[in-house]
Design a protein around this ligand. Sequence first.
Ligand code: GUN
Length: 282
Amino acid sequence: MMRISGKDISLKIKDEIKEEIEKIKVHYPRVPQLAVILVGDNQASQTYVRNKERGCQYVGMDSLVIRHEESFTEEQLLAEIEMLNQNDQVDGILVQLPLPRHICEDRVLEAIDPSKDVDGFHPANVARLFLGQHSLVPCTPKGMMVLLDQIGYDLTGKEVVVVGRSHIVGKPVALLCLQSNATVTIAHSHTENLKEVCQRADVLIAAVGKAKMINSDYVKDGAVVLDVGINRDDNNKLCGDVDYEDVKDKVYAITPVPGGIGPMTITMLLKNTLEAFYNHMK
Ligand code: GUN
C-alpha cells in the first residue's frame, strides 16, 4: 500500500514556488498578491484563512487578509470586491465560504474579476473548465490531479467514481478526470447500490463529508483512494470520509487525513495566484 503524502508533495511544490518568487523579485516590479476576505467567525473558516496566510508567507507572496463582522452586508462586500478588482496590485481574490445567510453566495462569486478568481468558482471559469479551455481550476480538484500525476498514475481508460457532487469538489474533479480520459461516474446521496458502484472504481474519490463512511466493502482490490473528507470521529479525532484502517491493506494507494488532500489545496491556491500574476503581467 502506498500512502500518498500530500504534505510532502505540497512542501516540494511550495519550495518550487518559493524559488520562483525569488526570481520574480529580480524580474518584475512586485511579487504576486492574494487577497482573502472572511466574513463572520466560523471556526473552521478562521483556521483555513490563517493557513492560507501562512502559505503566502512561506513562499514569499504578499497576502491581504480582510476580516469582517458577521453583520457585514452584501452591498459592502460587493463594493469591497469591486475595489480589489480595480486594484492592480492584487492578483487573486478569495472570499472564504460559507458566507453568512444574509449574503448571496452566487452574487458574490460572480462579482469577482474572473482573471483574479483563484478559487475557480466564477461562472466564466466554470464554463471554461466545462469546455476544456484553459482556466483557473478549483484548488482541491487541481490538487488531486497533481497527486495522481506525482504517483505516476495515468487515468486513461480507468473507471473513476466520485462520491459527492459539490461545486467545489465533486463536479470539477469529475470534469478534470474526464479531461484526462477516464470513464467517470458521479455518485451522491440518492445513488442506488452505492457500494456496488464504488466497487467498480479504479480510482475512488470520496467527497461526501461523512466520517469513515467508505469502508473496505466499497473498495476494489488495488484501487486508488482519494479522501477529501475532513471530519471528526467518535473520539473527536480528525478523520476522512474513508475508514483508512479498514481499507489500507486492500488499496494500491490512498491519501491519509490529515496530511493528504488538505495541504495540496492551499498549495494549489498559491499556484493559481502565481498563474493569475503572470496573466496580469502580460
Ligand atoms: N470553504 C471550503 N472550501 C473552500 C474553498 O475551496 N474556497 C473557499 N473560498 N471557501 C471554501
